[in-house]
Design a protein around this ligand. Structure first.
Ligand code: SUD
Ligand code: ADP
Length: 297
């Protein structure tokens, strides 16, 4: 018997970052939007806890107990006194270390898959608590749709989305480490007053209205200067997408994936093609948003 769960990637349409806290994390106003690129996690009873991974980026995924899927299975087994000996297989389509929360997706997916396999039926609040222990982005991977994340991004308020948004994503030649990007943010912020992070009302209205022009006018990412400082070539990718007619071009989260908001499926294809021939990225994907959160198939 096995259980498979499908989990979406995310883009941050607003990422407002506050000053570093005493615990090293940063308070955020993090507006998450789930996008239709997915990992699938399949869990099967086994003789030992084991993780395998397939997909174009599989070689970069750790298969030991640092893998977020393994950590999720162990955390749930511990809390509900279950046998953690399972085989977790990840069919990975979300780029690794790309700022699209692929590892978080696998953590949330493994949690829901094990909860189902073991017949626990844990309350949603319990699952969200375990997600928050695994990582700041993991709760959102479970719920999907759109949400405002406060605290370090783990405290979620669901948001209304009034239509389908069309996106193009350009994957970079190499990854960027999330802690390194936050450190670079701190370095660039030295000597400046950092305001409290606050969600933009205009951006929340644009999401609720399903209006791509209004959303394009309000997207923002405070980590973008830090990501560009560590990976200056991303400016060329952003320029290529803008030049091809994207309504907005931004770094996704801590990057280095770049995200392009477009008006409709036709412009998605033309922006994607322009990015492919620009020679400024590794691969290009088209996706729509919002996407549902972790779902048992
Ligand atoms: C930046 C964001 C935006 O959604 O995502 P990515 O672009 O990495 O996908 C998130 O805040 C990443 O969340 P996640 O990848 O779960 O991070 P965590 O495992 O909780 O933390 C990794 C490290 O990032 C830094 N970190 C993370 C979240 C936060 N609010 N403040 C931080 O300073 C800390 O250095 C921490 O040790
Ligand atoms: N299941 C997993 N899938 C991908 N990466 C994982 C996983 N578990 C742990 N990691 C580690 O987390 C790091 C961040 O990966 P990922 O979540 O894909 O990117 P991001 O945090 O930029 O969205 C990777 O470099 C990898 O070492």
């Amino acid at each position: 018997m096995s259980v498979t769960v499908r989990v979406p990637a995310k883009v941050n349409v607003q990422l407002a970052v506050g000053a570093a806290r005493a615990d090293g994390f940063h308070d955020l106003a993090n507006v998450f939007l789930a996008v239709g690129l997915y990992d699938e996690i399949t869990v099967t009873p086994a003789d030992a806890l084991r993780v395998t991974c397939e997909g174009p980026d599989a070689a970069q995924v750790p298969l030991d107990r640092t893998n977020l899927a393994a950590r999720a299975a162990l955390a749930l087994a511990e809390r509900y006194d279950r046998d953690p000996r399972v085989h977790l297989h990840i069919a990975k389509d979300i780029p690794v270390a790309g700022g699209m929360a692929g590892g978080s997706a696998d953590g949330a997916g493994a949690l829901l898959a094990c909860d189902t396999l073991w017949g626990i039926g844990a309350p949603r609040g319990e699952l969200l608590d375990i997600c928050a222990e695994l990582g700041s982005d993991v709760p959102f991977s479970l719920v999907g749709g759109a949400a405002l994340g406060t605290g370090r991004g783990e405290k979620l308020t669901p948001l209304e989305v009034g239509g389908t948004f069309h996106w193009v994503f350009a994957m970079a030649e190499r990854g960027l480490s999330t802690p390194a990007v936050f450190r670079e943010f701190d370095r660039l912020a030295e000597g400046r007053d950092i305001p409290e992070p606050v969600a933009s009302e205009a951006l929340l209205d644009a999401l609720a209205a399903g209006d791509p022009d209004a959303l394009a006018a309000t997207v923002s990412n405070d980590l973008q200067p830090a990501a560009l400082s560590l990976f200056p070539e991303l400016a060329d990718t952003l320029a290529a997408g803008r030049g091809a007619g994207a309504l907005a071009a931004l770094v996704s989260g801590s990057g280095p994936t770049t995200a392009f908001l477009v008006r409709d499926p036709g412009s998605a294809e033309s922006v994607a093609e322009a990015l492919r021939v620009s020679g400024t990225c590794r691969t290009v994907r088209v996706a729509t948003a919002p996407a549902a959160g972790a779902t048992v198939l």
